[in-house]
Design a binder for this molecule. Structure first.
Ligand code: DSN
Length: 442
């Protein structure tokens, strides 16, 4: 197509304007329809969330906060942002303040750090190799470059956190911030204990609840509120919203704790968080995404959503049992959440090989390091498996048993192309029975 004037193109559908891109978008729709999505951090948004994100709110600049913008014409986007704020605070009782503008989880985390810390301050977070996150102090991330990082890990043997050991380390290191939360830790986190550890050494407790936010909203995992001082989340994982982040905080720190942070000398924690998001880390907020966050937060308050979260956890336990019965080793022995970490070396493969073998039959997972992994991270000994997306599709107990069987069969039958084709057919058959909510069939 030759583009001569924008006028003629104003109403042209994407498929006509950019067929090359459209083919990729269509390919992704088909992939989502016909593959089993077991990446623990992924989910499918409902139509109303997608619709809100696809609106003309994308056209609007709205730097600042509702009622205090640097641009005119913000009366409607103010409504959208206020709805998102109110719904976020209602969904997580005990939260005193929220900023709904972070474009992502990493930016929410950056805003959290920069609100209270100075370059060179000490932080303690769960090591990436033991299930933490890049932004919790990895040397390749800003968090590891700007702060002095002292990571904690899980215990050898049990592969779970030993809070006494975390406390001993905190007393020795005396961090300015204790970071809690994980992207590959299958067990319940004790936020009350972590708060006692942090506050006992005069440190802020920062919880990144991105993976388990939906479980917390549904009352299936203990809440970090009111224990943590700052809490971030993404909105697109178990929360089933658009890609983006939220930062919650106390209105302010206690005077004793606050005295340690020069950045808070003349301001409240809530005001510091807002300033840290904008203008500290970001410019104009993505108002169409904030509108979609508002919809997701509305949906997350429904009984249907809570029931889906309950089924997500139940499905994870059933899938874990199915894998374990067939010879896979579950890190820490199982799961309390929506995800499990599977050591695939007893099945004779590395995490990288398992990821590729599963992809070939239509099952999508990611390779993942296991604690004390003998393999480097790009090979890894494990895969991370999560049930949010398959549960959103409506799958239940019998599918979890079957998926466990198919995963192990795909790895065990790796030299057998006939077995591979049979497994791929079984995957498609499951997908055909469970259409993806919110995804057009054609
Ligand atoms: N990359 C995300 C995950 O897969 O867990 C965390 O941000």
């Amino acid at each position: 197509m030759t583009v001569t004037t924008s006028r003629g193109l104003a109403w042209a559908p994407l498929a006509e304007v950019d067929p090359e891109l459209w083919m990729a978008i269509e390919g992704e729709r088909e992939r989502q329809r016909w593959k089993l999505e077991l990446i623990a951090s992924e989910n499918y948004v409902f139509r109303a969330v997608m619709e809100a994100q696809g609106t003309w709110l994308t056209n609007k600049y709205a730097e600042g906060l509702p009622g205090k913008r640097y641009y005119g014409g913000c009366e409607y986007v103010d409504v959208a942002e206020r709805l998102a704020q109110e719904r976020a605070l209602a969904l997580f009782p005990g939260a005193e303040h929220v900023n709904v503008q972070p474009h992502s989880g990493a930016q929410a985390n950056m805003a959290a750090y920069l609100a209270v810390l100075d370059h060179g301050d000490r932080i303690m977070g769960l090591s990436l190799a033991h299930g933490g996150h890049l932004t919790h102090g990895s040397p390749v991330n800003f968090s590891g470059k700007w702060f002095e990082v002292h990571s904690y890990g899980v215990e050898p043997g049990s592969e779970v956190l030993d809070y006494d050991a975390v406390e001993r380390a905190a007393r020795e290191v005396r961090p300015a911030m204790l970071v809690a939360g994980a992207s590959a830790y299958p067990r319940t986190l004790d936020f009350e204990r972590l708060a006692a550890i942090a506050h006992g050494v005069g440190a802020v407790l920062f919880v990144d609840m991105a993976h388990i936010a939906g479980l917390i909203a549904a009352g299936l995992h203990p809440s970090p509120f009111p224990h943590a001082d700052i809490v971030t989340t993404t909105t697109h994982k178990t929360l089933r919203g658009p890609r983006g982040g939220l930062v919650f905080s106390r209105a302010d720190l206690s005077p004793e704790l606050k005295a340690r942070y020069p950045k808070l000398a003349k301001t409240t924690l809530a005001a510091a968080i807002d300033k840290s998001v904008f203008p500290g880390v970001q410019g104009g907020p993505l108002m169409h995404v904030i509108a979609a966050k508002a919809v997701a937060l509305l949906l997350a308050a429904t009984p249907e959503y809570r029931e889906d979260q309950r089924r997500t956890v139940q499905n994870a336990q059933l899938l874990a049992a199915s894998l374990r019965e067939r010879g896979a080793r579950l890190v820490s022995g199982g799961t309390d959440t929506h995800l499990m970490l599977v050591d695939v070396t007893p099945l004779g493969v590395t995490g990288r090989e398992a990821e590729a073998l599963l992809d070939a039959v239509g099952i999508t997972v990611n390779k993942n390091a296991i604690p004390f992994d003998a393999n480097p991270p790009n090979i890894a000994s494990g895969i991370r498996v999560g049930t949010p997306a398959v549960t959103t599709r409506g799958m239940g107990a019998s599918e979890m048993r079957e998926i466990g069987e198919l995963i192990v069969a795909a790895i065990a039958g790796r030299a057998d192309p006939v077995a591979r084709d049979r497994i791929a057919d079984a995957v498609r058959e499951i997908c055909a029975r469970f259409p993806v909510p919110g995804l057009p069939e054609t």
